[in-house]
Design a protein around this ligand. Structure first.
Ligand SMILES: Cc1cc2nc3c(=O)[nH]c(=O)nc-3n(C[C@H](O)[C@H](O)[C@H](O)COP(=O)(O)OP(=O)(O)OC[C@H]3O[C@@H](n4cnc5c(N)ncnc54)[C@H](O)[C@@H]3O)c2cc1C
Length: 421
């Protein structure tokens, strides 16, 4: 079963790696090893499946034929439990082993279980895998009330799906605002209002302390602020971390995720890592490494890792955090450093429809480093332009001169006093 290229994972990063391996090597044997059963599906679409807006069939992003056409063998329902970098072999849970010349670790993220007393004694749901989504969907069909622990990105996606199913919801978020990683304070405030307007109860700046099952079968949550919530269904969305299920520090260097260099190589010859599991160079510089659990970064990294596994030397210029999503009828977009730091300057783009909130962050050298948008879907297209300018390390003065007038409703630009912290 040995192969020239062994890829662990069957999602954004691995699939992109396959495409770019085949760009440069049409013959080499590729084996994709995945712990989940079946072909690849869209993780991003899972909330719409839970909400009943997509069917199971809509989720597949590869068919068995697609693998065949790329000359890829898929070994599914086959968890990898260990990597032996000396022998260049991986071990599977069923005892088999597979030899490789080049190995890609693209095992993605896993959900974090928060420190809540009683968490393991009551039925709770997560939303990361198709199996999670199936379980959540089945439970949601019988539930009238729900609690979402975590008001971050996944928590809000889960909450929106449950709300579409008319479940009465409480969201508990330890930060003083929703989506603390996607929105600044003002954005968080506006978004919170929109979510409350949809009839959702928000408990911000507090945590769930205990969970316990009542004789009725309902679950009672006691919050840090002393309040109690009794619900039929609990979703845990308290963050994700790199899935290091088959890697140890003996295999390769690990920080928060698997550490890779600009060529997506780990510290072990022949082993690459890409996607959520990889701790990569930050596009915004400063020698920082980042973990960005986002689909576009996983694809980009997968492509570059795939090419480099065939012997190319393509450098990755770093991951740029980015997200565009519509939640509770509000369109949100965020790119790069949207929370200003010391020395940064903030440009608020005024005008526009309704009360859209649009902000661009410029660093002390005048370079555009981040942006945030919150409003209706109409204005979000501009974020694509901002994104390309950040990637090109454009200066605000050029941005303003060339692009600002073309923005359909960027009528005024207002400087905000420099933020000092
Ligand atoms: C509900 C939801 C919505 C999202 N929405 C967005 C969005 O709107 N925009 C966005 O940019 N990102 C979104 N994301 C995040 C995005 O899906 C991830 O960043 C992306 O899937 C990462 O791709 P990956 O290939 O690195 O890892 P993953 O997609 O996590 O895939 C990892 C793969 O590795 C396999 N695997 C793991 N461990 C083992 C093992 N030991 N042995 C064998 N196989 C293993 C898994 O089965 C899986 O196939 C969303 C995620 C979720 C859950």
């Amino acid at each position: 079963m040995d192969a020239r290229y062994v890829l662990v994972g069957n999602s954004a990063a691995s699939l992109a790696a396959v495409d770019w391996i085949r760009k440069y090597d049409r013959e080499g044997r590729i084996l994709l090893v995945n712990r989940e059963p079946g072909p690849a599906y869209s993780r991003v679409a899972l909330p719409y499946y839970v909400a009943g807006e997509m069917t199971l069939e809509d989720l597949w992003i590869r068919t068995p034929r697609d693998y065949e056409e790329k000359g890829v063998e898929l070994l599914d329902a086959a968890p990898v439990v260990a990597v032996d970098p000396e022998a260049r072999k991986i071990s599977l849970a069923d005892g088999r082993s597979v030899g490789y010349e080049k190995l890609l670790l693209a095992t993605g993220s896993e959900c974090v279980a928060p420190p809540v007393s009683g968490l393991s004694e009551v039925p709770v749901h997560y939303l990361w895998t198709l199996e999670d989504a199936r379980g959540l969907k089945a439970a949601a069909e019988k539930a009238r009330t729900g609690l979402v622990i975590g008001g971050g990105f996944i928590g809000m996606l889960a909450a929106e799906a449950l709300r579409k199913l008319r479940i009465r919801l409480t969201i508990v978020e330890m930060a003083p605002q929703l989506l603390p990683q996607l929105l600044d304070e003002e954005g968080g405030k506006r978004f919170g209002e929109a979510v409350r307007d949809e009839g959702v109860t928000l408990e911000l700046g507090t945590t769930v302390r205990t969970l316990a099952r009542k004789p009725s079968g309902e679950i009672e949550a006691e919050l840090g602020n002393g309040r109690k919530v009794v619900v039929d269904l609990v979703v845990v969305a308290a963050g994700v971390r790199p899935n290091l299920s088959c890697v140890t520090p003996e295999v390769c260097e690990i920080g928060r995720g698997i550490l890779v260099d600009e060529f997506l190589r780990t510290s072990r010859p022949g082993i690459f890592a890409a996607g959520d599991v990889a701790e990569v160079v930050d596009f915004l510089g400063g020698g920082q490494r980042v973990l960005h659990a986002i689909w576009p970064s996983a694809v980009e990294q997968g492509r570059i890792a795939g090419a480099n596994m065939t012997g190319r030397q393509i450098a990755y210029d770093g991951s740029l955090g980015m997200n565009v999503v519509e939640l509770f009828h509000v369109t949100l977009a965020q790119i790069g450093r949207f929370r200003e730091g010391p020395g940064d300057d903030v440009k608020l783009l005024g005008g526009g429809r309704g009360d859209a909130y649009r902000k661009i962050v410029v660093d002390r050298d005048g370079v555009v480093v981040g942006a945030m948008y919150l409003g209706d879907a109409h204005g979000v297209a501009e974020m694509g332009v901002v994104h390309s300018w950040i990637r090109r390390r454009a200066r605000w003065k050029d941005f303003e001169r060339h692009h600002q007038p073309r923005f359909t409703y960027a009528l005024t630009v207002r400087d905000v006093p420099e933020v000092r912290t």
